[in-house]
Each structure stands twice: as structure tokens, then as C-alpha cells.
Design a protein around this ligand. Structure first.
Ligand code: ADP
Length: 688
């Protein structure tokens, strides 16, 4: 500022120097708005030197915000000679400045405007603070009205005088005094006055009428909450910013509810002698919390005592990793499929953070902490299960189940049914629960059952054979007797003086045929008694039924059971194992005979029907026995289901597995006549 152009301002140099001492920006413009004088503070404020400023039009040098280019303002200033207000201008460096400006107009003797002098002060910062204040006040006002909380503004002054009197009377320990004199606390409550209350306050405490709430606090304060009032007063005296607690309060109608109570002592309020009380009705929340605690307890109990192993997994690390990968555009599914290192990383990222008793047993550890941490150790044998379960999650499925193997901590590998659920609620919390069902027992039980079934299938065949011995002997006796008779006749013809060779040849031919018949029967019996691999051949269902009836003919007769065959002609052949299918028919007919033997029913009959069905043949076996109790219908085919004292309960289960093997279906029902009705289908292809 050393070299100054003195032409800038009309008037004495000392006046100019004087202006330079002023902290406010002062400049003069002529009627046309051109700057004629520019002091040092203007240079500092706007960033333009005197040289740059003089001669320029103010509004070109210091552009106004569009909204402030107001011709009316200039007109008003000229008319009244003064103007005061705020202008938002842009400085040399582009900053936006808020200027509190004051204009005064100088006129000549004729009253013509010569120049306008502007004094300006930068209030940018102040304006920002004011705006922030304004915003927060607005927010607060809104909060006060709109928040779910009820707010009271309380006049604390009467309590203030009570306390001063108390101190004057020599009491120094207010806390002890309040505790010893509940009446004094009650008196304070009566002295306090509500000066304002928001809508929620009216709704919560009143009956819709605000004025009736503008009174002392006595109706709202149940005795059990006296200590809370005392504590609030102590907090106010102790210059604490606030005091928060939960306490019962009372409405004007006398309803007591659980409140979250906040007394706030902002300095402005204290200065005014008021305090703010916020109240939120938490009785719902209390109930909801009790519910929550209850259901949480239930969940915990369930979790810990379920007989399946449960592990709670903390998935947050993994979710964050996946989200980051997805945000970077990575194809996580493809990484899972192809990137073994990524899978290893996942096994380290997912951690167990809670386990139940069954899990300890399954994994062979004693303390839950032994299982906490990354899931990797369990999955060293079959990490692919984790890959598939994560892929399921990425596809948006809500769970995943698979039979797999896990490695236990004591070095075993266990067959398990793995099940992970991704319910949204838990997933949002980054939690997933995994269950493992130990299949070792089931796998072993299945193997054992298969062994028993195989053994029994054979035993059953032999047992059936035992029941059929009589009828077999009968069958074989016939051809043997015929052979003997024919042999004797042949001998007689040969003993004649002229042996009749032709007659003997015929008798021999009959003997050979009878011997073949006997051999055939023996072969069939051996076929039943000897275990052999199942074979598949084209079979006639009707022939199968006739053969099975032949086996049982003697037994049926002995038990006085009438057998009726109702066989459709010209049925298509089915593919199957002759011995196995005969076993099914024999089993079902023996069951029927046994069921009828237990009844005194006069009429004992078994009807076997055959007819064409979709893609094969349907066979029905109906008896006139007692049928099934309805509650047994669902379990008949289950292994070891029996109602007989010496039954094994395996016959029907074998029948079903044989028919299943043949691609057919077997079912049991009560026949309209009351007896049992078994039906099964056999297909022309003979396989499922
Ligand atoms: P088991 O004959 O050793 O009991 P099965 O598996 O052959 O075993 O039969 C299971 C059960 O099904 C029988 O105990 C019986 O209760 C019932 N059942 C089977 N066939 C008949 C039938 N024709 N009438 C009534 N009940 C039957």
C-alpha cells in the first residue's frame, strides 16, 4: 500500500489515512456505481487493490448473488438516503462473502445524489454459525414436537428457593435430607410447574387437553418414583448435564407405566430456571424385552439340548470379503468353483462362536472353546461341501443340505448330514446355524438291516418251503407212483411168453415223462431253497399265480381256504425274477391264510386277480380275514412291524423291496368286504 493513487478520493489526505485506520471496509461510489474511493480494509476484505478497484463498477468488481441484484433496493436507498442489510458478494479469489452493509447517500445542494458511501463488515462466519444454529434450533423444535418422547419443560425456580431456604436452615447434605424426608421431595414435586409440554406429552400423560397438564408434577409422580425426582434435583445441583433412569410414572387418569426418564439441564435452561424432562413409554418395550428374553432363553435351551450337533457361525468376515469382491466386480461364484486358495481362505474366515452339547460329542472335545475359531479343521476331508453350500447361498437359496464327512478333533472321520440355514434375519446379523446329524449309526443300521433282510429272504424261502413240504411230497409222489405202476406193468408185459415190445415201449415213455415231471418239481424246489442272483426274464403273470397256488394247494386245502383265480386273458408279459415274484405271491397268500386262521369266520377265501395296467400288469390279492386296523396301515411295510406274537415283521418289507426292484408299486388297503387287499404292479420293462 506504499504507492497510492491519490486521485481516488476527493478530499484531504488525512481523511483518507483516517479511513485506512478503520477496521470496516469503506468505499464510495458515484451515481453510476463506479468506485471512487477504496480503503485499506476494503483491500483486505475483497482482495482487490485500490488501483484495481477505483473506476470499476461495484457490481462488476464484486458480483452479487443473482438473487440479490435488486434495483428496487438502490431506488429505495436513493429515495430514503439510507439502506442497511446483508449482501452476498464474490471476492477477488472467488470466495463467497456475506457482508453486513450500510449505505448513506450524499447529495449536493440541489438534492442531486453525488455519491453513496458503503460501510461493510464481513459476517460470513457469523452467518454460517447462525445458519447452523437456526438449523439445529429447527431440528430441536421439531424433535421436541415430533419425537416419540414426551417432553416437559419444568419451572425449577420454586425448587431453587426451597433449596436455598434449606441451606439457610443449616442443611448441607441434600442427598441425606431427601432420603430421610420423602415429604420434602413430595413438596418439591408440588412446587415444580410444567410450563410447556409437547404433543406426545399430552397424549401420554393427559386426556387430549394441554392446559390441564400445565400444573405441578404431583399427579404424575407415584411414591415409588420419589427417589428418581430427588436424584434429578441432586444432578441439577451437581451441574450434571443430565440424569437418565427407568422409573414408573403416572398419567392423569392414574395409569402407572414404565418410563425411560431423562432430566436434562442445558445451561440455557438452568439460566432460565427451567429444566427439561423427556419421557418415553417403555412398557411395550419392557414387555417386548421380556418376550425377547423369554424366546432367547427358549432358543438357548433348544440350542444346547437338541440331540443334533449345532454350531453357530460368525459369517461377518466372509460377508465383508464377498461384498468387497462383488463391489470390485469379481465373480465370486466362479472363484468358488475354480480357486482352491479362495476356498481355503473362506475356511479360515468363517468362525464357530457357539456350540451345543451334541456338537462337543460329535467332534470329540470336552469344552466349547475347543471348537471356537475357524471352521477349517472340520472340513479338511470334504471342503467341497462348503463350496456347494456357499454357492447355494449366492444363488439366494435359504438353506443347503448334503450328506458329507467331517473330521473330528480326535482324528475320526464321521458320516454326517450337514444342514446350513440362511434365514434373512440371522444372515443380517452375520450369523448362520449349522447342524450335523451323525449318520454313522444310521449307515450301520442300514447295513445291518440289509444283512438281516438278505438272510431272512433266504430263511423265509426255506420257511415257506417247510410249510409246503406236504404239498411237495404229494406232488413228487404222484409221478413216482406212476413210474412204479408203469414199471410193474412193463415187467408184466415182458414176462409174457411173447413179450409185447410195443406196449413196453409206451410204458417206458410214460415212465420217462413222469420221471421228468418229478425232476422238474425237484428243480423248482431247489430254485426256491438255493439263493441265486436275481435274473430277469419275460414272465407270464398268470403262470406265476398258478405256480404259486400249486405250491400252496395242499396248505389251502388243509386250512379249508377256497382259492379263486380271476385272471385276465392275453396279458402282456412282464420282466422279472421268477423266484422273487413267486416269493411275493406266496408271502401274501401265506399272510392271508394266517390272518384268516386267527378268525372264526366261516367263509375263508382268497381271491387273486390279474389285469392289464399302464405299461404292465396289476395283481390283487384279497382275503376274507379281519383286514387291517387303520392305525397300522401306514406301518405295514416297515421292517419289523408285526402284530403276531412270533412274527418277524419282515415279510412285507421284503415284498416291497422286491416289487420296488422290479419298478412296480405295492400297496395295502382294507377291501370293501372287510378283508385285506394287497395290490401291486409289474411293468413290461421290469426295472424302475
Ligand atoms: P409278519 O407276518 O412276520 O408279522 P409281515 O411283514 O409279513 O410280517 O406282516 C406284517 C403285519 O402285517 C402282520 O403282522 C399283520 O399285522 C399285517 N398283515 C399282513 N398281511 C395281512 C393280512 N392279509 N390281513 C391282515 N393283516 C395282515
Amino acid at each position: 500500500m506504499a504507492a497510492r493513487d491519490d486521485s481516488g478520493r476527493a478530499g484531504a489526505g488525512d481523511a483518507r489515512d483516517l479511513l485506512d485506520l478503520v477496521h470496516d471496509s469503506i468505499f464510495v461510489r458515484d451515481r453510476a456505481g463506479c468506485i471512487r474511493s477504496w480503503n485499506a480494509a476494503s483491500e483486505t476484505l475483497y482482495g482487490w487493490t485500490r488501483e484495481q478497484a477505483i473506476g470499476r463498477r461495484v457490481n462488476d468488481l464484486l458480483p452479487l448473488r443473482r438473487a440479490e441484484r435488486d434495483a428496487a433496493r438502490d431506488a429505495q436507498a436513493i429515495e430514503t438516503g439510507r439502506w442497511e442489510g446483508r449482501l452476498v458478494r464474490t471476492a477477488a479469489d472467488g470466495r463467497t462473502l456475506t457482508i453486513e452493509a450500510r449505505w448513506s447517500v450524499r447529495r449536493d445542494a440541489a438534492g442531486e445524489v453525488i455519491e453513496i458511501i458503503e460501510t461493510g463488515r464481513d459476517v460470513t462466519e457469523r452467518r454460517e454459525i447462525e445458519e447452523a444454529l437456526h438449523r439445529s434450533e429447527y431440528r430441536y423444535r421439531n424433535l421436541f414436537q415430533a419425537m416419540a418422547a414426551a417432553f416437559w419443560e419444568i419451572d425449577f425456580a420454586p425448587i431453587g428457593s426451597m433449596l436455598r431456604e434449606l441451606r439457610a436452615s443449616g442443611v448441607t447434605d441434600f442427598a441425606a435430607h431427601f432420603a430421610a424426608h420423602p415429604d420434602y421431595v413430595r413438596a418439591m414435586i408440588r412446587a415444580a410447574r410444567v410450563i410447556d409440554v409437547n404433543e406426545q406429552g399430552v397424549a401420554l400423560f393427559g386426556r387430549g387437553d394441554k392446559p390441564e397438564l400445565l400444573r405441578d408434577l404431583a399427579p404424575f409422580w407415584p411414591d415409588e418414583s420419589l427417589p428418581v425426582f430427588a436424584a434429578s434435583v441432586l444432578a441439577a445441583i451437581g451441574r450434571k448435564p443430565n440424569y437418565v433412569t427407568e422409573t414408573p410414572l403416572r398419567t392423569l387418569d392414574g395409569r402407572i407405566f414404565d418410563a425411560l426418564f431423562t432430566a436434562a439441564f442445558p445451561p440455557e435452561s438452568i439460566a432460565k430456571g427451567t429444566l427439561l424432562i423427556g419421557v418415553i413409554d417403555v412398557s411395550d418395550r419392557t414387555a417386548a424385552e421380556a418376550d425377547l428374553r423369554h424366546s432367547e432363553t427358549r432358543y438357548r435351551t433348544l440350542f444346547h439340548h437338541m440331540p443334533v450337533a449345532l454350531l453357530q457361525l460368525d459369517m461377518r468376515g466372509l460377508f465383508v470379503r464377498i461384498a468387497a469382491l462383488q463391489a470390485a466386480g469379481a465373480d465370486v461364484a466362479a472363484m468358488l468353483e475354480g480357486d482352491a486358495a479362495f476356498l481355503d481362505e473362506i475356511l479360515q474366515l468363517v468362525a464357530v462362536d457357539e456350540v451345543n452339547q451334541a456338537a462337543l460329542k460329535l467332534f470329540g472335545v470336552t469344552a466349547p472353546a475347543d471348537l471356537y475359531g475357524p471352521i477349517a479343521p472340520a472340513w479338511q476331508v470334504r471342503p467341497d461341501t462348503i463350496r456347494r453350500s456357499l454357492l447355494a447361498r449366492l444363488r439366494g437359496e435359504i438353506g443347503y443340505v448334503e450328506e458329507t464327512k467331517i473330521a473330528t478333533r480326535d482324528g475320526r472321520v464321521v458320516d454326517v448330514l450337514y444342514n446350513i440355514a440362511f434365514p434373512p434375519l440371522l444372515t443380517d446379523l452375520g450369523i448362520n446355524v449349522v447342524t450335523f446329524m451323525d449318520l454313522t449309526d444310521r449307515v450301520e443300521a442300514q447295513a445291518a438291516l440289509q444283512r438281516v433282510q438278505a438272510d431272512f429272504a433266504r430263511a423265509a424261502r426255506i420257511a415257506t418251503l417247510g410249510e409246503l413240504t406236504a404239498s411237495i411230497a404229494h406232488e413228487v409222489n404222484q409221478p413216482l407212483a406212476a413210474i412204479a405202476t408203469n414199471g410193474e406193468a412193463g415187467l408184466r408185459w415182458l414176462s409174457r411168453p411173447e413179450p409185447d415190445i410195443e406196449e413196453v415201449r409206451q410204458l417206458n415213455a410214460r415212465m420217462v415223462a413222469d420221471a421228468r415231471r418229478a425232476a422238474d418239481i425237484i428243480k423248482r424246489i431247489r430254485g426256491i431253497a438255493t439263493p441265486s442272483a436275481p435274473t430277469r426274464a419275460e414272465l407270464s403273470v398268470n403262470a406265476l399265480v398258478e405256480e404259486a397256488s400249486l405250491f400252496l394247494a395242499h396248505e389251502l386245502q388243509a386250512q379249508g381256504v377256497a382259492l379263486r383265480l380271476d385272471l385276465a386273458p392275453a396279458l402282456p408279459p412282464v420282466r422279472g425274477d421268477r423266484t422273487q415274484l413267486q416269493q411275493v405271491l406266496v408271502n401274501l397268500m401265506v399272510n392271508a391264510m394266517q390272518a384268516m386262521a386267527g378268525t372264526r369266520s366261516a367263509r375263508r377265501a382268497i381271491t387273486v386277480r390279474s389285469r392289464a395296467a399302464d405299461d404292465g400288469v396289476a395283481i390283487e390279492i384279497e382275503d376274507s380275514g379281519p383286514g387291517f386296523a387303520p392305525e397300522h396301515l401306514g406301518s405295514l411295510f416297515a421292517s419289523f412291524f408285526t402284530t403276531k406274537p412270533d412274527g418277524m415283521g419282515i415279510g412285507l418289507s421284503i415284498c416291497r423291496s422286491i416289487i420296488d426292484d422290479h419298478g412296480g408299486r405295492i400297496a395295502a388297503a382294507n377291501a370293501p368286504g372287510g378283508g385285506a387287499l394287497f395290490s401291486f404292479t409289474l411293468s413290461a420293462t421290469g426295472s424302475p
